[in-house]
Write a protein of this length. Structure first.
Length: 147
C-alpha cells in the first residue's frame, strides 16, 4: 500500500506519517529522500516511481510531500491524504521552527502558498487539530481491505 500525505509546510504531515508508520509498519519517505536510491536525480526518481508502483499491492510506503512537483510520483491506486491547517496555526508552527521569529518575507510566502494544495484530488482530508488520527487509520484500513 502506498499512502501519499501532502500539503503545505507545518500542516501535520510528518506527525500523521509517524502515527501511521506505527500502525501499519510502513517505510516513510519525505520530499526528495528518493535521491538516496541512485547516483543521479533522474535515475533516483525513476527507481522511486518503480518502488512505489510495486508497493501499491505490496509493502507499505508513506510518502510525505510538501512540493506540488512531487505529486505526480504517486502511482494510481495510492491513498492520497490532504493535510491542511489554518494559516495562523501554520505561521505559529513555522515561527517555532525559526526559534520564535517569523520574518515578514517568510510570513508573506506562507500566505501566498496557503491553500495551494486544496484543489488536489484526495481520498482523505486531515485538518490539523480537528481530525482524529485513529479515525484516519481506521479509514485507511477500510480502504485497503474493502468488504
Amino acid at each position: 500500500m502506498v499512502i501519499g500525505i501532502f500539503g503545505e509546510s507545518c500542516t501535520g504531515k510528518s506527525t500523521l506519517a509517524d502515527q501511521l508508520k506505527k500502525n501499519i509498519n510502513a517505510q516513510v519517505y519525505t520530499g526528495k529522500d528518493y535521491l538516496r536510491l541512485a547516483k543521479n536525480e533522474a535515475a533516483a526518481k525513476q527507481s522511486f516511481q518503480t518502488k512505489l508502483r510495486e508497493a501499491v499491492n505490496g509493502e507499505n510506503i508513506i510518502y510525505v510531500i510538501s512540493e506540488k512537483e512531487h505529486l505526480p510520483l504517486l502511482p494510481d491506486k495510492s491513498i492520497r491524504i490532504l493535510a491542511t491547517a489554518d494559516l495562523e496555526i501554520i505561521k505559529t508552527r513555522f515561527a517555532e521552527r525559526m526559534h520564535g521569529n517569523l520574518p515578514t518575507p517568510v510570513a508573506a510566502m506562507l500566505e501566498r502558498k496557503h491553500g495551494s494544495f486544496d484543489m488536489e484530488p484526495h481520498d482523505i482530508h486531515v485538518i490539523s487539530g480537528h481530525t482524529d488520527i485513529d479515525d484516519v487509520c481506521r479509514e485507511i484500513a477500510a480502504m485497503n481491505n474493502p468488504q
